[in-house]
Design a protein around this ligand. Structure first.
Ligand code: FES
Ligand code: FES
Length: 161
């Protein structure tokens, strides 16, 4: 199989690696580069656990994306969100509303929320639930997550983030 030498900027750090054509971005991040904060859930685009941001605020499923197609792009995982020791407002809102549930769904939920709020800074409940419907929690309800997203929206509009 053909291999590709690619460069990724992950959480602000330039990384170089060689991947076969069929290597997913998720596997490259987790297994080749050690970003295990990006989670493997279903591997088929159903759960959102593998969500990462590309070039800032565009969310993609790492399990459906070939690593070679990301050559030269900037990737953000949940571990890359904090700045100067401060959590991203979405992370802080999730904590403050007890919306941090398990380690599998939460990273993707947080990253998808950032993408959602970039598109729609003040979503209503229906828009939040629709925006997060590709991110599945199999254990519990979504009410606290919705509250956290609404609060994050308020905070980010207040700070201009
Ligand atoms: S692991 Fe990618 S959507 Fe489930
Ligand atoms: S899948 Fe994360 S709390 Fe249910």
């Amino acid at each position: 199989m053909k291999h590709h030498a690619i460069k990724l900027t992950v959480n602000g750090e330039e990384r170089e690696l060689t991947v076969p054509s069929n290597r997913t971005l998720l596997d490259a991040l987790r297994d080749d580069l050690g970003y295990t904060d990006t989670k493997y859930g279903c591997g088929t685009g159903e759960c959102g656990a593998c969500t990462v941001l590309v070039d800032g605020v565009t969310s993609i499923n790492g399990c459906l994306t070939l690593a070679a197609t990301m050559d030269g792009r900037s990737i953000t995982t949940v571990a890359g969100l904090a700045r100067d020791g401060n959590l991203h407002p979405v992370q802080q809102a999730f904590i403050d509303h007890d919306a941090v549930q398990c380690g599998f769904c939460t990273p993707g939920m947080v990253l998808k929320t950032i993408s959602l709020l970039a598109d729609n800074p003040a979503p209503n409940e229906t828009e939040i639930r629709h925006g997060l419907e590709g991110n599945i929690c199999r254990c519990t309800g979504y009410s606290k997550i919705v509250e956290a997203v609404q609060d994050a929206s308020d905070r980010m509009q207040g700070t201009g983030e």
